[in-house]
Write a protein that binds this ligand. Structure first.
Ligand code: ATP
Ligand code: MG
Ligand code: FE
Length: 355
């Protein structure tokens, strides 16, 4: 039967129902609106909002899909990494529902869910076969990962300071834009000239594929200093936004070139996470891939930012991988939510049974 998935690791409350082959039967996402006044996600507010929103959201998603709960074959939820309050709410809700229905609960690593989204049917013609190079750029992560199979991830490099989304959000804040800043900054940048203001390219051509964004942030604050508290001229703000976005696209593609050198077996470059919704970055990555004779894939924008479809898909992939290895049917009722859950730990799921 179909499966139901819940996402609650940050400030999106989401539910999705997928058929066993990954066909999306229904999905809903609520981006919580209680955080904008604080200029960032407030964990306590997020957890309470998940608690308030989940019951009706799940009910409505079941109605959209015209599915009776009794026909579900398992329930999945993000159990980490993320904000612990929200993870506890979503995991508790999902486990309770699974218990009531007498079906298994499947724990999903939120970052793994971003990593596998490109394999959802219909995104890449041949389903994004392994191995591929993944650029994960989200609110909390910025990494190059060799994706070798379900549960098999090798980190090639990552940020030494801010995550990519964090940098977008902080710069957007400096420009006086609304939160969350990434999409707002992209909008403003459309009116600006990406060559207008010269900004550094941190770690440019440096060995390996680590990232750094703090130098860019500092450079922007220096450009803003002369204005003090006076309002920024619109064109200057737009030029700064466009120049920042271009600098990010330049450094990210430079880092990806190095990552591809480290992973010559990759035939495909995949971008995932909220910042992969950025159209300038997507175009730059597509060009980099094409120059090397590689294909590029990124999920549609609504599947880049947090959603429950990716959680359901990662659960289905994990379920199937486990079945192929003749392991006992998954049931993660004993697994607890965790704020940190490195991808490197995922392989242990498929090691010989321990219980
Ligand atoms: P993580 O997945 O690492 O736990 P998260 O769940 O908060 O973090 P996502 O929802 O994947 O992150 O992504 C949110 C981030 O993506 C925010 O920082 C947001 O500003 C950024 N973002 C979204 N759309 C765009 C865009 N068009 N351009 C740049 N950044 C964007
Ligand atoms: Mg969010
Ligand atoms: Fe995310």
């Amino acid at each position: 039967g179909p499966i139901l998935a819940i996402e609650s690791s940050c400030d999106e409350t989401a539910c999705a129902i997928l058929a066993p082959d990954g066909t999306v039967l229904a999905q809903r996402v609520i981006s919580q609106d209680g955080h904008a006044d604080f200029g960032g996600v407030v964990p306590e507010i997020a957890a309470r909002a998940h608690l308030a929103l989940l019951p009706n959201l799940v009910k409505a998603t079941l109605q959209d899909a015209k599915i009776a709960p009794a026909t579900l074959s398992f329930i999945a939820a993000s159990t980490g990494p993320g904000l612990i309050g929200g993870l506890i709410v979503g995991t508790g809700f999902a486990k309770g529902l699974a218990l009531a229905l007498g079906i298994p609960f499947v724990a999903v690593n939120h970052v793994e869910a971003h990593a596998l989204t490109a394999r959802l049917p219909g995104i890449v013609p041949d389903g994004a076969p392994f191995p591929y190079l993944l650029l994960l750029v989200s609110g909390g992560h910025c990494q190059c990962i060799a994706v070798e199979g379900v549960g098999h991830y090798r980190k090639l490099g990552g940020t030494i300071d801010d995550a990519a989304g964090e940098a977008f959000d902080k710069v957007a804040k400096m420009l006086g834009l609304d939160w969350p800043g990434g999409p707002e900054l992209e909008k403003l940048a459309r009116e600006g000239n990406p060559k207008a203001i010269s900004l550094p390219r941190p770690l440019w051509r440096r060995e390996g594929c680590d990232f750094s964004f703090s130098g860019l942030k500092t450079a922007i604050s220096q450009k803003l200093a002369p204005f003090g508290t006076a309002p920024l001229p619109r064109q200057f703000a737009a030029d700064l936004a466009a120049s920042f976005q271009q600098a990010v696209a330049d450094v990210v593609t430079d880092r990806i070139e190095h990552a591809l050198d480290m992973m010559p077996e990759a035939k495909l470059l995949v971008a995932a996470g909220g910042v992969a919704a950025n159209t300038v970055l997507r175009a730059a990555l597509e060009k980099t891939a094409a120059q090397r004779g590689l294909r590029f894939a990124a999920p549609p924008l609504r599947l880049c930012t947090d959603n429950a479809v990716m959680v359901g898909w990662a659960a289905l992939e994990t379920w199937q991988e486990s079945a192929e290895r003749n392991l006992p049917p998954l049931n993660d009722h004993a697994l607890r939510p965790r704020p940190r859950w490195p991808l490197e730990d995922m392989a242990s799921r498929f090691e010989a049974e321990t219980s």
